[in-house]
Design a protein around this ligand. Structure first.
Ligand code: ADP
Length: 423
């Protein structure tokens, strides 16, 4: 029965948290959307990936509560609300209102909020969030189209999202160790303060927080806050020692790389593949728009194929600008996503079981075309991108490596396929 139930407000954030838990030795399942009978009984942790970061507050709260209910029904005893390490939110929410609703449902009056992710340059000091050596409000986040962050003081930011008190567990308590954190949390709770922003400037701070607060029913934060949880659960006798947390049963057979990302890193990865003379098919938005039999041609590359094929729409910024000027931005993107999703589905029918997918939106389209709603998370291929396995719509097991645009080294495609045993 799973111990830890996590609710993440977006897909890649969910994968990031799941990878952290796997690295800590927890068998972790990621469920896409509110679980619907899809929770595996042999997982130690379940991470529900919602799309609730910038939805209307009521919708985000309703989705989060439905996820909580499913996680509780599956036996989870501890809960984690995961949001972005840049605390992406507005004065309306959704971090404050979702956290309040989860607290009420769990009957707890106190939780902490800690988005720190030092490895990626996100640190919290006296409640102020830094991105690298800049305050959050001076980072690129001030220009975010949906959740621009203009205030680096998270006590103030969260106070605007809740009518409950927001306090601070500053770095002096954190550096003094788990006992000091526990007493500071207890003092804040006794004073009727519902939230504490917690300072953390390195992984040791995050481990201290995790150790100190692992018995709390609800924690909220970035994936870094989960660093110390698996060890704390083991120490408390709640979690077995595992050396197989990242183990996946790969289906083997033929593999495909589907690339709909035009990010710089993906362009490099595609160039590396083409440069090595590997089989590839280029999918052009203009050809798709003209009704050319692009999908059929791409599928034909697999007839008698004995090695993996790259199907790519990846293009340079100039190429993308051209396609967008001719077809419109939305239309060109939608055509490519739909084509890659159809190709994925038809390849599944042809028996292909290994899918390396480049692009965040592209991954969403492919996963949904394959009918995948739940992923078992394996070891990272490159930082931030694990292999996963999942039951597909037809009942078979597929292996999926879902890479958001700028992730992965130039040899990512090859490396991923080699690990899955299909190169
Ligand atoms: P990333 O993670 O790199 O942002 P996404 O898959 O999220 O990648 O987004 C890339 C978008 O660009 C998708 O909507 C995709 O369909 C679109 N796209 C891919 N290739 C082209 C192209 N050649 N011209 C125009 N749009 C494209």
């Amino acid at each position: 029965m799973p111990l830890l139930g996590c609710i993440a407000d977006d897909f890649t954030g969910a994968t990031d948290l799941a990878s952290t838990l796997v690295a800590g030795g927890m068998r972790t399942q990621q469920v896409i959307g509110v679980p619907n009978g899809t929770i595996a009984p042999d997982a130690d942790a379940v991470v529900v990936a919602l799309k609730s970061r910038s939805n209307p507050v009521d919708d985000a709260v309703a989705q989060s509560l439905a996820a909580l209910e499913a996680l509780r029904a599956a036996g989870c005893q501890r809960f984690f609300f995961k949001y972005c390490s840049t605390f992406d939110s507005t004065d309306k929410g959704n971090i404050g209102p979702v956290a309040e609703a989860l607290m009420d449902a769990l009957g707890t009056r106190f939780t902490i909020a800690c988005p720190a992710f030092p490895e990626n340059g996100r640190t919290v000091f006296f409640g102020h969030l830094f991105v690298g050596d800049r305050l959050l409000s001076e980072s690129g986040m001030r220009h975010h189209p949906v959740t621009p962050m203009h205030d680096p003081d998270l006590v103030r930011v969260l106070s605007r999202q809740t009518s409950r008190g927001v306090g601070l567990i500053d770095y002096r308590s954190v550096r003094a160790g788990a006992d000091a954190v526990r007493s500071r949390a207890a003092a804040l709770e006794a004073a009727g303060t519902a939230f504490a922003i917690a300072d953390a400037t390195d992984d040791a701070d995050l481990r201290t927080l995790g150790t100190a607060l692992s018995d709390r029913p609800l924690l909220t934060g970035g994936s870094g806050l989960a660093l110390g949880l698996p060890a704390a659960y083991r120490d408390a006798g709640l979690l077995a020692n595992r050396d197989d947390a990242a183990a996946l049963a790969f289906p083997g057979g033929i593999g495909v790389v589907l690339s709909g990302s035009c990010s710089q890193a993906t362009n490099g990865q595609v160039a590396r593949w083409l440069g090595a003379g590997r089989p590839a098919y280029r999918l052009e938005p203009q050809a798709l728009a003209s009704g050319a039999p692009v999908v059929e041609e791409a599928l034909a590359c697999f007839d008698g194929a004995s090695q993996p094929v790259l199907i790519y729409a990846t293009d340079t910024p100039e190429g993308v600008a051209n396609a967008q000027a001719q077809l419109g931005q939305e239309q060109s993107g939608a055509l490519v996503e739909k084509a890659l999703a159809t190709i994925a589905q038809r390849l599944l029918d042809k028996g292909v079981r290994n899918f390396v997918v480049a692009g965040g939106e592209t991954s969403g389209a492919v996963v949904s075309a394959l009918g995948v709603s739940s992923l078992r998370i394996g070891a990272p291929i490159d930082p931030g991108v694990p292999w996963t396995t999942a039951p597909a719509a037809d009942g078979s097991t597929v292996a999926l490596a879902l890479k958001s645009g700028n992730f992965g080294a130039p040899d990512f495609f090859d490396k991923a396929l080699r690990i899955a045993g299909v190169a």
